[in-house]
Design a protein around this ligand. Sequence first.
Ligand code: NAP
Length: 104
Amino acid sequence: MRRNLPRFQADALDANQTLVELLAEVAREKDATPAQIALAWLLAQRSWIVPIPGTTKIHRLKENIGALDIDLGPEEVARITRAADQIDIQGARYPEAMEQMTGL
Ligand SMILES: NC(=O)c1ccc[n+]([C@@H]2O[C@H](COP(=O)([O-])OP(=O)(O)OC[C@H]3O[C@@H](n4cnc5c(N)ncnc54)[C@H](OP(=O)(O)O)[C@@H]3O)[C@@H](O)[C@H]2O)c1
């Protein structure tokens, strides 16, 4: 499905690579993977936010569950948020017709 989403088109993927590089930088510092940092950042936002990453691979299931063991302190969370806010993410989340169905 994501192959049809604006944010996942080649130009947007190239432009948004800056965000992946940011996550990779933090991941190197925490001896983790970029996916784990993304999940840990999300988990740190609100106690009631529960990411549900899909995967067809057991090693990624284990990697993703490993995000629970990554302790991002408030300063690290704020640093990632500040840096991410500087990035002008390219490509809409959904095509217009689909966006209108979200009710947001
Ligand atoms: N109700 C809604 O509005 C809504 C919206 C979005 C999603 N969902 C549901 O939420 C669930 C999860 O959605 P999703 O978009 O995360 O799942 P998804 O559509 O399965 O996509 C996840 C993608 O990320 C890859 N991936 C997973 N872990 C990774 C990792 N650690 N490193 C690199 N790539 C990784 C997976 O590839 P591999 O399989 O190769 O690992 C897969 O291509 C699904 O059941 C979906 O239907 C619901």
